[in-house]
Design a protein around this ligand. Structure first.
Ligand code: SAH
Length: 239
C-alpha cells in the first residue's frame, strides 16, 4: 500500500511538472507573438529601419523587465510604472533612441538611468558594450536581477549619480540618458569621444521636453532636436 501511494504521488508530481512546463511554453509563445506584433505595428510602421534595433526589440523579453502584475501589458504602446515613481519608456521611444545613437557593434556606450534594465538589454542585444548608472539603489538591484534572469550578464550596472558619468570607463562612443536634465550636462559631454553621439531628453521637470541629439566635435558640440518627449527628471541626489 505505501509503495502504491508513493507511485501515485510520483506520477502526480511528474504530471504537474509537465503541465507547468507546457503552460510556461504557451506563455513564452504568446509573449513572442505580442513582441513581433509590437515591432511590426508600433516600431517598424513608424519608421524605425535599423536591422539591429528591430531584431533586438523582437528578441528581448520586455515582460521580464516590468512588475509581474503588469506583464500582460508589457507589449502595449505606452510607458509603464516600475516602482519608486519611475517608468520603463514606451517601446517606440526605446527603439527611436537606440537607432538615433548611430552606433555599430562593439561600441562602448554609457546609459544614465538604468531603471528596469530594459534599454540596457536592448543595447547589449545590439552588440554594444554597455555601462549603465542608476541613482535609486533598489532599482539598480532590480535591474541587475532582471538582466541576470534574461541572460544579459555582460551589462555593467552601477548605483550612483549619473551627473558624474563613469570617468574611469570614459571615453564612450555614445551616451544615452533616459531621465531628463534641465540642460546638457557638460561632464557627460567631456566623457564622449570626438565624433560620438549623445541622445538625451532636455527640459523642465514633468513638462514637455525636447529629445536632443548631440554630436561632439573637435571644438564644441552640434545639436539637433528630434522629438517632443516626456521623461522623468534626472535628479541631483537620492535620499
Ligand atoms: N532606461 C530605463 C528607464 C528608466 S526611467 C528602462 O529601460 O527601464 C529613468 C531612470 O533614471 C529612473 O530609474 C531614475 O531613478 C533614474 N535617474 C534619475 N536621475 C538619475 C541620476 N542623476 N543618475 C542616474 N539615474 C538617474
Amino acid at each position: 500500500m505505501p509503495a502504491f501511494s508513493a507511485g501515485i504521488l510520483f506520477q502526480t508530481f511528474i504530471f504537474l511538472l509537465l503541465f507547468a512546463l507546457m503552460m510556461m511554453e504557451a506563455d513564452a509563445q504568446q509573449y513572442e507573438e505580442e513582441r513581433a506584433d509590437m515591432v511590426d505595428n508600433q516600431i517598424a510602421q513608424r519608421g524605425i529601419k535599423s536591422r539591429h534595433v528591430l531584431s533586438a526589440m523582437k528578441k528581448v523579453p520586455r515582460h521580464m523587465f516590468v512588475p509581474s502584475n503588469l506583464a500582460s501589458m508589457a507589449y502595449s504602446d505606452r510607458p509603464l510604472p516600475i516602482g519608486y515613481d519611475q517608468t520603463i519608456s514606451q517601446p517606440f521611444i526605446v527603439a527611436f533612441m537606440s537607432e538615433a545613437l548611430d552606433v555599430k557593434e562593439g561600441d562602448k556606450i554609457l546609459e544614465i538611468g538604468t531603471g528596469s534594465g530594459y534599454q540596457a538589454a536592448i543595447l547589449a542585444e545590439m552588440g554594444l558594450e554597455v555601462w549603465t548608472i542608476e541613482i535609486v539603489p533598489e532599482l539598480a538591484e532590480m535591474a541587475k536581477k532582471n538582466l541576470k534572469e534574461t541572460g544579459y550578464i555582460e551589462v555593467n550596472v552601477k548605483c550612483g549619480n549619473g551627473f558624474k558619468g563613469w570617468p574611469r570607463q570614459a571615453p564612450f562612443d555614445a551616451i544615452i540618458l533616459t531621465a531628463a536634465p534641465k540642460d546638457i550636462p557638460q561632464t557627460l559631454v567631456d566623457q564622449l569621444k570626438t565624433g560620438g553621439t549623445m541622445i538625451l531628453p532636455v527640459g523642465p521637470v514633468y513638462s514637455v521636453q525636447k529629445l536632443i541629439k548631440v554630436t561632439k566635435k573637435e571644438k564644441g558640440i552640434k545639436q539637433k532636436t528630434l522629438l517632443p518627449v516626456r521623461f522623468v527628471p534626472m535628479i541631483k541626489s537620492y535620499l
